[in-house]
Design a protein around this ligand. Structure first.
Ligand code: HEM
Length: 193
């Protein structure tokens, strides 16, 4: 075997692993379906956001998607780095909070943090849809879960966002989205229409 290859191969492998995107959506593969129209995406009509490239059916769909990204709460609070920082800090608070920490005793917190980052990102208008459990199913097996616990979680989220210096009007909007999950998280019967 060529000596240079032998010496360089482990370095290249390490480099490739290091450079590999950590986010599931960064596989580098273009989407086949346009996220706006649901029609086949054209591989040449693309836009990039947070290091990932998305394909669209046509230029109009691309513009609509870009406008949605830029006007999203997700974008306004600082995108992926802001969500990552918020969720890390949020769960530190949750795990130190005697009112609610017992709910997380047997939970794999690495998985929980990853899921919460994905959920929050999608809920705030981030580019990748949430494909996990709906909030009712996710919290169906937490005996005794009630408003006091929900309020404690909301309080920790609000404190986290304040500490990260998110603008008050944006915090208000995030908290309204969090509040909209209360009925499902607490497994209340859905409101009649
Ligand atoms: C703003 C309200 C809340 C949101 C948005 C939220 C979000 C989530 C999400 C995205 C998951 C993962 C779902 C999945 O596995 O696909 C989850 C799981 C979980 N949540 Fe919440 N949650 C909320 C309130 C609460 C409250 C009030 C508690 C308890 C104090 C709680 C405790 C848990 C626990 C223990 C799990 C893990 C369940 C399991 O893996 O079996 N959550 N939550």
């Amino acid at each position: 075997m060529n000596l240079r290859f032998t010496l360089l191969a482990p370095v290249s492998l390490a480099l490739a692993l290091f450079l590999q995107p950590t986010h599931a959506a960064d596989s580098g593969e273009l989407n086949k379906v346009c996220p706006i129209t649901g029609r086949p995406a054209h591989p040449k009509v693309t836009a990039s956001y947070e290091g990932k490239t998305y394909a669209f059916a046509d230029a109009a769909a691309r513009t609509k998607w870009q406008q949605a990204r830029e006007s999203s709460l997700y974008h306004k609070i600082g995108g992926r780095p802001a969500i990552d920082a918020a969720v890390e800090s949020f769960y530190k608070k949750v795990l130190a909070d005697n009112r609610i920490k017992h709910f997380f005793e047997d939970i794999n917190m690495n998985v929980q943090r990853r899921k919460q980052k994905e959920f929050l990102s999608a809920a705030l208008g981030g580019p990748i849809p949430w494909t996990g459990k709906d909030m009712r199913k996710a919290h169906a097996n937490l005996p005794g879960l009630n408003d006091t616990h929900f309020n404690a979680v909301a309080e920790n989220l609000q404190k986290t966002l304040e500490e990260l210096k998110v603008k008050p009007e944006l915090i208000k909007q995030v908290m309204a989205i969090a509040a909209s999950t209360r009925g499902d998280v607490l497994n209340r019967p859905p409101a009649k229409k």
